[in-house]
Design a binder for this molecule. Structure first.
Ligand code: NAD
Length: 330
């Protein structure tokens, strides 16, 4: 069994090679994305393992099929980058990792909130320069603040529990309210109420056709002056230009984003020696009250272990049984 991995980083290799000790598959790692530019170079692979920015359109899938590839394994939850109908038409089975350590993302969201609020990133640098002054480092208690959580699925729920641990009051909006959270004291409210009442808003819903630019001028106008917004979900949930305007007027007091509208061109790459042709991110990075991380919320040892375990088990199941757990198959 030969599997070609695309968009790989050293950490992918480390975790997959370790997990593969159980299976003994032949793994080939490529740094490049999988797409039309490289697909013709694939030879003698039974499966391809891809990530969020690999582009598997009909043309790519047709060539994969001609080359004998029988399985596409996504080592992520989202699958908007794969033409599933084409995979079906060319008889290629597709699997993914629907859930891996929701706590990893929830804990990162809280880390962003704490960093922005208590300014530990600035304090770290300041003290190293022997500047022990506190001016400019003033934060606020999370205790008794109102935190609004949009989307209380696996990650949102983990985040709510962390927030409750801080003694915050949590209000939430979800199409399907969660009984266990209601029992923990969470109040589900209308989205508009959440915007109006929250001191802090954390986004944990998927990006859908309905909630594109959920955070825009109109919704920001409803929010409290100085509101904190944290987004670890998807970049297109926020209209970045509207957020920038609101940062300028101080309507948004703190903004933490692990995802960004144009992240495809930037994230997961070392561009430190490059001129970045994206004025929006450059402007965002110039604000002292904005924290950007590069889609790293999932990035824990536990999550990478779960991703490699689930992916190789799915491929093993597909070879041996022709199927695997239904929630994994697409
Ligand atoms: P999930 O499916 O368990 O939960 C999503 C919740 O959102 C569900 O309860 C659903 O009812 C609710 N929802 C759907 N549409 C909504 C809407 N329009 N408004 C409010 N709520 C809505 O998903 P999850 O595992 O909790 O993941 C949530 C999101 O986190 C993912 O969609 C993904 O975008 C993001 N994510 C980010 C990272 C990262 O590293 N930054 C990693 C994994 C997932």
């Amino acid at each position: 069994m030969k599997i070609a991995f695309f968009s790989t980083k050293p950490y992918d290799r480390e975790f997959f090679e370790k997990e593969n000790e159980k299976y003994g598959f032949e793994l080939h790692f490529f740094e490049t994305h999988l797409g039309p530019h490289i697909v013709n170079a694939i030879e003698n692979e039974d499966a391809v393992c891809v990530f969020v920015n690999d582009k598997l359109n009909r043309n790519v899938i047709e060539i994969l099929a001609k080359k004998g590839v029988k399985y596409i394994a996504l080592r992520c939850a989202g699958f908007n980058n794969v033409d599933l109908q084409a995979a079906k038409d060319f008889n290629i089975q597709v699997c993914r990792v629907p859930a891996y350590s929701p706590e990893a993302v929830a804990e990162h969201a809280m880390a962003m909130l704490l960093t922005l609020n208590r300014k530990t990133h600035k304090a770290y640098n300041r003290v190293r320069e022997q500047n022990f002054a506190l001016n400019g480092l003033l934060g606020f208690n999370l205790y008794q603040k109102k935190i609004g959580v949009v989307g209380t699925g696996k990650i949102g729920k983990a985040f709510v529990k962390i927030a409750l641990g801080f003694g915050a009051e949590v209000i939430a909006y979800d199409i399907y309210p969660d009984e266990t959270l209601i029992n923990l004291g969470v109040k589900y409210v209308a989205l508009e109420t959440l915007f109006m009442e929250s001191d802090i808003i954390s986004l944990h819903c998927p990006l859908t056709a309905d909630n594109h630019y959920l955070i825009n001028k109109e919704s920001i106008d409803k929010m409290k002056y100085g509101v904190t917004i944290i987004n670890t979900s998807r970049g297109n949930l926020i209209n970045t230009n509207d957020a920038i305007q609101a940062l300028k007027t101080k309507k948004i007091g703190l903004l933490g984003i692990d995802v960004y509208e144009q992240e495809e061109k930037l994230f997961f790459k070392d561009l430190s020696a490059t001129i970045i042709d994206d004025d929006t991110i450059q402007l965002l990075l110039s604000f002292p009250n904005v924290l950007v991380t590069a889609h790293q919320a999932f990035f824990t040892k536990e999550a990478l272990e779960q991703i490699s375990q689930r992916t190789l088990k799915s491929i093993d199941d597909l070879i041996k049984k022709g199927t695997t757990d239904p929630e994994v198959l697409l």
